[in-house]
Ligand binder design. Sequence first.
Ligand SMILES: Nc1ncnc2c1ncn2[C@@H]1O[C@H](COP(=O)(O)OP(=O)(O)OP(=O)(O)O)[C@@H](O)[C@H]1O
Ligand SMILES: [Mg+2]
Length: 279
Amino acid sequence: MAVRPGLIGGALSSRAGGWHHGEVRLAVCSSKGGVGKTSTAANLAVVLAGHGRTLAVDVDPQDSLGRAFGVVAKGRDDSLAGLLDDPSLDPRGAVRPDVVPGLDVLPSHPSLEQVGVSLAAQGGIVSSVRRALRPLLADYDHVVLDTHGDLGNLTLAAVCAADSVLTVFTSDPGSALGAARVSAFLELHRDFENTRAELIGVGCALWDKQGRAAREVLGALEGTGLPVLQTRIPLSRRVPSSTLSKRPVVLSAPSSAVAQAYSALADELLAAHSKKVPR
Ligand SMILES: Nc1ncnc2c1ncn2[C@@H]1O[C@H](COP(=O)(O)OP(=O)(O)OP(=O)(O)O)[C@@H](O)[C@H]1O
Ligand SMILES: [Mg+2]
């Protein structure tokens, strides 16, 4: 297991204390776009890679998760889209190894959208990502799946490949509603599609500590019984600039407050995961 001293703040100290949270297969979902999913998924994946071999999977046709690491598929066949469309492809051919030490990335491609539509029409969309990842899973301790900002078929396919779900909110008042929608979506498909993923966290990915709106959203969420996380990711210009530099902020500015917050979020999620999803 690769551990990079100084990178992980709180997570490292937990580990030094003999941390055994087990494997996590985490889908990051939301019912709307632009709420900080990809930034959260990319940073969590790096932090988790400090605890065990990790695969980051981009289940969004916008292919932003790969781009957060400078990884772009050349075509459909070296991306998740190819693996979903053609089960005979070797999944290893699409995985970019050691994008960061301990972290491999399975990128998306814009064709994923059409592949998803075809699979939905012919059947097999729900289990498609789970099936594509199955031959790879033995190689990883952790899997992080990023999704499109909706509760559509590809998001359902990502959920079906996960055991845990994180949803994120912002200071937008619609955000609290979004978290409740994700929770209802998971409940529905646990019945309809036999998915097993649990909502293990509702986290603020864009926390404006000066803003009243964010506190109101938080207040609204706290009354819902949803698993609201203590850790909030502060607003920071470092996050958009880290996308430009293709190095998530936990790598490019590890001692910044925002990087420390992503590390603390990983700690909190792993603790929640081990309570909710015992192995
Ligand atoms: N903590 C933060 N502080 C400041 N900007 C942030 C923060 N987190 C994310 N952003 C910025 O907000 C925008 C949306 O973030 P991101 O792409 O992570 O959201 P998303 O939910 O994945 O969006 P989409 O639904 O389009 O995939 C990006 O420009 C990103 O750089
Ligand atoms: Mg995104």
